[in-house]
Design a protein around this ligand. Structure first.
Ligand SMILES: N[C@@H](CCC(=O)N[C@@H](CS)C(=O)NCC(=O)O)C(=O)O
Length: 141
């Protein structure tokens, strides 16, 4: 049985984490995503430690009313690709974005995106696409 080697596994077997693809910060510089209350939705899963970190920062900065929160299930979907799903929500869809899988916001940002759809991700609600992975709070993980 042949199984394709994941892109992040090098020929020597070591794991090379994929680079963050959508890293535009939210800010006041020319090319930044604009600072706008209600414009962004943070998608996370309780299974991810990085996601806990940004959910905590959102609370500490008092941004809970400015950035809404969508929770993907910690249980992986039983499908033949890596993804996160909103199976905890009614109808299996995020109640605000109406999406079933996190990958949908990555595909909206770039239909050719072939990396893993990771959490946490900040979604720009204007085009329902992945705006930035960590909102510029942490670009190194
Ligand atoms: N560098 C990412 C780290 C996030 C990350 O890798 N999250 C993991 C969960 S802890 C993920 O979603 N992995 C997707 C997968 O396992 O396929 C970030 O900036 O947010």
């Amino acid at each position: 049985m042949s199984q394709e080697k994941p892109l992040e596994v090098s020929s020597d077997g070591s794991f090379k984490r994929q680079k963050n693809r959508f890293t535009k910060p939210v800010g006041y510089k020319k090319d930044d995503l604009p600072v706008e209350s209600g414009r962004y939705r943070l998608l996370w899963s309780p299974a991810c430690p990085w996601a806990h970190r940004i959910v905590i920062v959102r609370k500490l900065l008092g941004l809970e009313n400015a950035i809404s929160l969508g929770t993907a299930s910690p249980i992986r979907p039983n499908i033949n690709r890596v993804d996160w799903e909103f199976s905890l929500d009614e109808g299996g869809k995020d109640p605000v974005l109406g999406i079933k899988y996190i990958s949908e916001v990555y595909k909206n940002a770039d239909p050719e995106y072939d990396g893993r759809p990771t959490v946490p991700v900040i979604v720009d609600m204007i085009n329902r696409s992945a705006g930035t992975r960590c909102s510029g709070l942490d670009k190194n993980t």
